[in-house]
Each structure stands twice: as structure tokens, then as C-alpha cells.
Ligand binder design. Structure first.
Ligand code: GLU
Length: 322
């Protein structure tokens, strides 16, 4: 599976992003990367392997660079092999993007772009999405996102930065979850609550096809018609640290049904896993419990589908709030 984080605010963005990616490691991934605004434009550091490798690279290459806005991703490859080039973020023209999910019609879109003389450097569906957004970009980012996502089929959670709009992240999703929060230290968005809880107890769920404009001062959300939308703010009543304090050994995010289009099988498995993993914290003796064996069987089945399932997993508690 895969993870998304975006941050803009008063903290060191590089560190905030890498720390956030570390919290998402439990989802599984094959590569990791970040992009961040600097005085010289957007810079990207990405690599196959662990977040710890990325952290070392960031330290070696960008320790003295000040940045307060960026996006980070852990990739679970679905289209294109595991390579530095295929890792996210991807840049196309003015657009730098991270993507959770799968763009089903990317080959058709790639052909259209190639007819215009625009060629990708990676083998990913995600770079094609970046290219389509850039192709639609005439100075109005929301319009470009709206036009481009109208051409995409599949599942996506995107965080997008435009080279000529500093200190700003745009986000949109369909089928793949994104949660966000504005705090006194800035604004943060992620694919999973786990990356948010160390920053805030208040968050909202970005609705499908809404576009969020994220700056250090606020998060503005517009609905699919371009009208301002006031998202419902929810309160997190749990804490990652509580796992240790409460004597529990394992953290387990419960699963809920994904709205991913054309993926009934995945939904079925998600639903059954949701029943099996009915708690957020697994008790120390969970291996002895009745549900454990069934959970393992389901997990094996789930593994067969996890590439497609990527990005569709979020906690039951968030689902209940929606
Ligand atoms: N389909 C994209 C890729 O293969 C995104 C995978 C993911 O969700 O991590 O790069």
C-alpha cells in the first residue's frame, strides 16, 4: 500500500514530511520521496527502499535548505517497476504531484499526450496524471485540476504543487482517502489519520471530487461545482501512543468498504477484513483468539488484491464520521 502526506506551515517541511511518511510505513511500500518549495523552486528527493534511506538522502542533500511547504509519498508500485524514476513525486512542466491509486485509462491519455509531443520519463500512470494536469494548466490551478480529473478514470488521491504558486498544495481525491487539518503550526493533509495524530486532534475528510487549497493560514475547500464548502470537523478520540500505554502490542487500522469504482471484489474482501479486525488496538494475546486465524486467511486473500486496494484503506472510525 502507499501513503500521502502534505504540509505547509511554520515547521521544517522536509522533516515533517519524512516523519509523517515514517508513521505510514505500516501500510507497506517500496519507495519513498518528497518534493518541497525552496527559494530556487521545487526540489525533489526520491529513492527506492525505506523511509530511513530517504531520511539519510534528505540529510545529505538538503540539510541546510529551508522549506516550509512540501509533499511526501510512499509508493506501492502498481504501474511500472520499482525504481527511483518511478518513485513519487512526479514532475511534469509546472506540476509536481503525488498519487495514491490507479489511473485506469492512462495508456489512452499517454497516447493523446504523445500526439502533442509530450513524453513521460517514468512508466507510471501517476506521471501521466501529472502531465494531464500540466497540459490543462493555463494559470488557474483549480480549473486545471477539474479539467484533468474529468479525463481520468480510476482511483486517486492527489497532492499537487504548481511551480508558480509557492507555499500552496492542492488536493483532490476519488476513491482514495485524504484527511486534512489546519493547526496553529500550519496545515497538513494525509492519506491516513495516523500521520495526523501527532499534529492535531481535529480533522476533516476531503469529500470525493472536492478540491482543497492548502496554505499555512487556512484550508479552502470547493465542491465539484466550484462553490466554497465548509467541511465538518471531527475530533480524534484516540492516540497512537495509547497503544503502549494501554498494554497493547500491535496497532491495527480497521478496514472499511472502499468506494473504489469497478472493484467489487476488493470491497468484499475489505468488508470481511473489517469484520475480522473490529478493533483499533489488538490485545497482547490476540494470537490465541478465535478471530486471529480467520484474519490471517483473509489477509492472505487481501494480499492478492492489495495492489488494487492501495489507498482505499482507512479507519472504521473515520468512516463512521463521514
Ligand atoms: N499507481 C501508482 C504507481 O504505480 C501509485 C501507486 C501507489 O498508490 O502507491 O506509481
Amino acid at each position: 500500500m502507499c501513503g500521502i502526506i502534505g504540509y505547509v506551515g511554520f515547521l521544517d517541511a522536509k522533516k515533517t514530511l519524512v516523519d509523517g511518511l515514517q508513521t505510514l510505513e505500516y501500510r507497506g511500500y517500496d519507495s519513498a520521496g518528497i518534493s518541497y518549495f525552496t527559494d530556487d523552486g521545487i526540489q525533489t528527493i526520491k529513492t527506492i527502499g525505506k523511509v530511513s534511506v530517504l531520511r539519510e538522502l534528505v540529510k545529505a542533500q538538503a540539510d541546510d535548505i529551508i522549506s516550509t511547504c512540501g509533499i511526501g509519498h510512499t509508493r506501492w508500485a502498481t504501474h511500472g517497476g520499482v525504481s527511483d524514476t518511478n518513485s513519487h513525486p512526479h514532475t511534469a512542466g509546472k506540476v509536481t504531484l503525488i498519487h495514491n491509486g490507479i489511473i485506469e485509462n492512462y495508456q489512452e491519455l499517454q497516447r493523446e499526450l504523445e500526439e502533442k509531443g509530450k513524453y513521460p520519463v517514468s512508466q507510471t500512470d501517476s506521471e501521466i496524471a501529472a502531465m494531464v494536469i500540466d497540459d490543462c494548466y493555463q494559470g488557474d490551478p483549480e480549473e486545471a485540476i477539474r479539467l484533468a480529473t474529468g479525463k481520468l478514470t480510476g482511483a486517486y488521491g492527489f497532492c499537487i504543487m504548481f511551480e508558480d504558486i509557492p507555499e500552496t498544495i492542492y488536493a483532490v481525491r476519488s476513491g482514495s482517502p485524504l484527511v486534512a487539518a489546519h493547526t496553529e503550526k500550519g496545515s497538513i493533509i494525509a492519506s491516513d489519520m495516523v500521520a495526523l495524530v501527532s499534529h492535531t486532534k481535529h480533522y476533516f475528510v476531503l469529500q470525493e471530487n472536492h478540491i482543497a487549497k492548502i496554505t499555512k493560514d487556512e484550508i479552502l475547500v470547493k465542491n465539484e461545482y466550484g462553490d466554497l464548502y465548509g467541511p465538518t470537523i471531527h475530533h480524534i478520540s484516540w492516540d497512537v501512543g495509547a497503544a503502549k500505554k494501554g498494554g497493547y502490542d500491535y496497532f491495527c487500522t480497521t478496514l472499511s468498504i472502499s468506494p473504489l469504482k469497478n472493484a467489487q471484489k476488493i470491497n468484499e474482501i475489505g468488508e470481511r477484513l473489517s469484520e475480522a479486525y473490529s478493533v483499533l488496538w489488538l490485545p497482547s494475546d490476540f494470537k490465541k483468539r478465535e478471530g486471529y486465524k480467520r484474519s490471517i486467511e483473509l489477509s492472505k486473500e487481501y494480499n492478492l488484491y492489495r495492489q488494487n486496494f492501495c489507498g482505499c484503506v482507512y479507519s472504521r472510525r473515520e468512516a463512521e464520521h463521514e
